[in-house]
Design a protein around this ligand. Structure first.
Ligand SMILES: Nc1ncnc2c1ncn2[C@@H]1O[C@H](COP(=O)(O)OP(=O)(O)O)[C@@H](O)[C@H]1O
Ligand SMILES: [Mg+2]
Length: 315
């Protein structure tokens, strides 16, 4: 319309008609040109956005000397994550193919590895100023619990927690490790996200009890790892069945098949079931995990099975 209005001022009618027909002929070409230029602009915008977003994400950097990192996580506390992490690390170390295993306690608010692995004291520093892990049952361990008193109030918030995690990840002299098992804090917060984005992780083991509420949290935990492209190795169903130490009678206290159904819904494998057994609790609390203190027991065998499932999924 604007062109017609402009040409309307032209006094020579034939010139006006000729120009309009020329314009009509060229219009399809213009449309093609305009649409391809808008596609080009969209493509430019997409590349720019991807560049900006990748700048915001931390680069994943392997931990020197560590071949595989396996994280043990759950959406919720008290489901047996640390107990599983400890016995899984010992179970992996028991395999013939594995030479060296480490265990990192990333639960800076409530570290349990010192008690469960019967370790305490401050780590020495190496020549390069890296912390040398404490060792028990041939597992190299590092935990915030070695750096602060057990009774000291832990009032870290935000950045201080992150810098503690950064130190535990980067300032430890692990030497050569085939596997580093990380006991994650409960939930799906900054610590989990930061570890998943900073370190390449071979796989996550999700621990859950068969209670409905714990399963909701386990699902949230699993989905967080999926979002950051950490492969989920599978689910461990903890305390699924109570085994009476006297008569071996079995009771499904929290319901029988919750974790199995969750795993099916999400398309994950169940790596194994751990019974609710007093031997597991007592040995953990005494710093003599069941896999080393009673390796022939059915409880220890349950952890050993999970360790072999993990190994078969990674190597
Ligand atoms: N299968 C089990 N049988 C008996 N007690 C267990 C079992 N799993 C964990 N526990 C006990 O439950 C408590 C919480 O376990 P823990 O591993 O510390 O949980 P989380 O790390 O998820 O908070 C501990 O006292 C532990 O000994
Ligand atoms: Mg714990």
């Amino acid at each position: 319309m604007a062109v017609t209005a402009l040409l309307g001022t032209c006094s020579i009618g034939s010139l006006r008609t000729g120009f309009l027909s020329l314009l009509r002929q060229q219009l399809p070409v213009c449309a093609v040109f305009m649409s391809s230029s808008s596609q080009f602009r969209e493509e430019q915008l997409r590349i720019r956005q991807a560049q900006l977003m990748s700048r915001g994400l931390p680069k994943q950097k392997p931990i020197p000397g560590v071949k595989h990192v396996v994280v043990v996580a759950s959406g919720k506390g008290g489901v047996g994550k640390s107990t599983t992490a400890v016995n899984l690390a010992l179970g992996i170390a028991a395999s013939d193919q594995v030479k060296a295993v480490g265990l990192l306690d990333a639960d800076v608010y409530g570290p349990s590895i010192p008690r469960m692995m019967n370790l305490k004291g401050n780590p020495e520093l190496s020549k390069n100023n890296l912390m040398i892990p404490l060792v028990n049952y041939s597992i190299k361990c590092m935990s915030m619990g070695f750096l602060v008193e057990e009774t000291a109030p832990i009032v870290w918030r935000g950045l201080m927690v992150m810098s503690a995690i950064e130190k535990l990840l980067r300032q430890v002299d692990w030497g050569e490790l085939d596997y580093l098992v990380i006991d994650m804090p409960p939930g799906t917060g900054d610590v989990q996200l930061s570890i998943s984005q900073n370190v390449p992780i071979s796989g996550a083991v999700i621990v859950s009890t068969p209670q409905d509420i714990a399963l909701v949290d386990a699902r949230r935990g699993a989905e967080m790892f999926q979002k950051v492209n950490v492969p989920i190795l599978g689910l461990v169903q903890n305390m699924s069945v109570f085994q009476c130490p006297k008569c071996n009678h079995e009771t499904h206290i929290f319901g029988e098949e919750g974790a199995r159904r969750l795993a099916e819904t999400l398309g994950f494998d169940v790596l194994g079931d751990i019974p609710l057994h007093i031997n597991i609790r007592e040995t953990s609390d005494q710093g003599r995990p069941v896999v080393v203190s009673d390796p022939q027991s059915s409880e220890a065998k349950a952890y050993l099975k999970i360790a072999s499932e993990v190994l078969s999924r990674i190597s």
